[in-house]
Write a protein that binds this ligand. Sequence first.
Ligand code: NAG
Ligand code: NAG
Ligand code: NAG
Ligand code: NAG
Ligand code: NAG
Ligand code: NAG
Ligand code: NAG
Ligand code: NAG
Ligand code: NAG
Ligand code: NAG
Ligand code: NAG
Length: 593
Amino acid sequence: MDMSVLLLIHIALLSSLCFAEDPYVLYDFKLSYITVSPLGVPQQVIAINGEFPGQVVNATTNYNVAINVHNQLDENLLMSWPGIQMRRNSWEDGVLGTNCPIQPKKNFTYQFQVKDQIGSFFYFPSLGFQRASGGFGPIIINNRNVIKIPFAPPDGDIVILICDWYTQNHTALRTILDSGGELGMPDGVLINGRGPYRYNTTLVPSGIEYESINVDPGKTYRFRVHNVGISTSLNFRIQGHNLLLVETEGHYTIQQNFSSFDIHVGQSYSFLVTMDQNATTDYYIVASARYVNESVWERVTGVAILHYSNSEGPATGPLPVPPSDIYNQWSAMNQPKSIRQNTSASGARPNPQGSYHYGSINVTNTYVLQSLPPLLIDGKLRATLNGISFVNPDTPIRLADLHNVKGAYKLDFPNKPLGRTPHMDRSLINATYKGFIEVILQNNDTRMQSFHMDGYAFFVVGMDFGQWTESSRNNYNKWDAIARCTTEVYPGGWTAVLVSLDNVGVWNLRVENLDRWYLGQETYMRIVNPEENGDTEMAPPKNVIYCGPLQSLQKESRSSSGMMTLEYWHFDAFLYVVGGVYSSLCYKILKLD
Ligand SMILES: *[C@@H]1O[C@H](CO)[C@@H](O)[C@H](O)[C@H]1NC(C)=O
Ligand SMILES: *[C@@H]1O[C@H](CO)[C@@H](O)[C@H](O)[C@H]1NC(C)=O
Ligand SMILES: *[C@@H]1O[C@H](CO)[C@@H](O)[C@H](O)[C@H]1NC(C)=O
Ligand SMILES: *[C@@H]1O[C@H](CO)[C@@H](O)[C@H](O)[C@H]1NC(C)=O
Ligand SMILES: *[C@@H]1O[C@H](CO)[C@@H](O)[C@H](O)[C@H]1NC(C)=O
Ligand SMILES: *[C@@H]1O[C@H](CO)[C@@H](O)[C@H](O)[C@H]1NC(C)=O
Ligand SMILES: *[C@@H]1O[C@H](CO)[C@@H](O)[C@H](O)[C@H]1NC(C)=O
Ligand SMILES: *[C@@H]1O[C@H](CO)[C@@H](O)[C@H](O)[C@H]1NC(C)=O
Ligand SMILES: *[C@@H]1O[C@H](CO)[C@@H](O)[C@H](O)[C@H]1NC(C)=O
Ligand SMILES: *[C@@H]1O[C@H](CO)[C@@H](O)[C@H](O)[C@H]1NC(C)=O
Ligand SMILES: CC(=O)N[C@H]1CO[C@H](CO)[C@@H](O)[C@@H]1O
């Protein structure tokens, strides 16, 4: 290699790091197993820097984030950051269709910009059912100082991660699914990785460590609540207190009070909660299973404690009851249908004209994606979307394109269920760059599902029971539908979303319920600019991992030791210098829109 090549490598290295002259936040994440007993049974969970759940990733609109992830587990790892749109940069998305896995004992530094985003999200390990053992943690993207949030600044920020939980670890759960079994009911519900407060001495064993949230009377806090669980929808409520809904996965909502709120797997919400009750006792914070057969559930509920600084004693008595509409699904659906966007609020950018008029844009393509209950394909239990159970390519899709790997995937994902014999395949959606698409998620399974799209926020314009038809469009919300990245789809019902395909790359579209996802209920949208001139999609980062047929490229880059050592030294020194401060070293190499 001569000097010009070295210079090129250097420029590429700098350009992959310096997205713009925005500040950097740097994190070092070591993922390893630790033993804890959230439900009274010791088990290995996935910790980040020894903590379960992991620490908060805290950034502000347009910040550059670098997270060096060290895999100290005994199996492959990828971290995913759903809701972070990774603009033009699916190289950092952390799912198998776009990234080769980080092998045990290796590390990989994710570098991305939280361009034009605000709000509450969470990260998790995306491979092999690992989320069932932890590895998750919150992401907060704050408004820039120059842009006011549409409510008085709260007195504090409180993150609550709720999840269903098994005392068996992810490898044991995987074994059950691999052998065609059902996971059955979870063993309980955790709040911030901890088991329940002893609200019932028969049900809850003694000695369980529970979560306690300390607050001051009269103050208002922003609760960011995320369902990081496996498959169970959870009803969240705080005894005696209203939940004022203000934000949904990066968009401010019309503010409404709720006494309890259904949070489905993968969803995130912000509520303002005012400490307006007397402090005679502490109060219960509850996350209870929804849309399960309560007589079969008989499991512990998630219970934490809200402790006023002047509290006179512990919480006692029965838990606040969940809504009684469980068998009146029509009425339960009114809650998600009532979530609407505050079209005058500013978010990542000032909003002088009000919302983006998505309702008057012509749809370019419609995709009806039907999910069925798991079925046997080639003797294996699999889950499908439009009859296809997705198989991950051996080479991530854009790497395959770049290196001309033939046959890594197919672009033939059907745009409606065709009633063909279900099969396993590597079919992707050939989506059109700058198209404005309508996606109908038709849940023909028997369980509540959440669907998530990477790289985008979509408008949730409609939701109903029965089969979607063209006339269902008459009832779409064309004015103030909420934009978000994860929506619930009721069993026997459908949800319709609209999305503007302005982000090039390859983006995962999946069911967030871990068991169905594991069994193949996902696909990808491949979105390339036909006039690609190097401006729209970022080049792969210098530290890109190779695998499958491209494995040999990985060896090359590691064995050309002299050169790479030098480059990695620069890389280290660079990260060191910019650590947490304004990255004045960076040239504005890339022009961002
Ligand atoms: C998970 O559980 C299985 C079965 O109980 C056990 O063999 C295995 O060592 C556990 N794995 C971890 C990482 O704890
Ligand atoms: C996030 O960082 C900001 C400063 O940039 C700080 O004011 C805030 O307290 C931090 N929030 C959390 C949850 O760490
Ligand atoms: C692995 O971590 C080291 C520092 O611990 C860093 O220099 C290196 O760039 C990281 N590797 C990748 C592929 O990000
Ligand atoms: C505790 O739970 C058991 C089992 O579900 C139930 O029979 C009992 O009534 C509960 N006790 C109280 C005080 O709620
Ligand atoms: C929500 O409830 C609180 C009382 O907890 C009340 O002060 C407030 O006005 C209500 N806000 C809305 C938008 O209904
Ligand atoms: C405090 O509030 C509880 C329930 O909200 C109520 O039962 C109790 O009477 C109140 N106590 C006082 C002293 O106001
Ligand atoms: C709940 O499960 C019990 C026991 O299997 C069954 O008898 C009952 O019909 C179920 N209830 C509903 C509403 O499915
Ligand atoms: C919408 O946002 C504006 C700030 O732009 C705020 O003043 C208003 O109260 C919000 N409206 C509702 C109904 O939440
Ligand atoms: C949408 O399509 C209709 C005809 O189908 C056409 O008249 C109209 O101009 C189109 N609107 C836009 C904004 O392209
Ligand atoms: C994908 O779509 C583009 C138009 O958007 C078309 O030109 C191309 O032929 C399609 N590719 C396949 C394999 O269908
Ligand atoms: C559970 C569910 O939604 N079942 C429906 C699946 O779709 C068929 C028609 O295609 C309906 O008849 C079922 O009721």
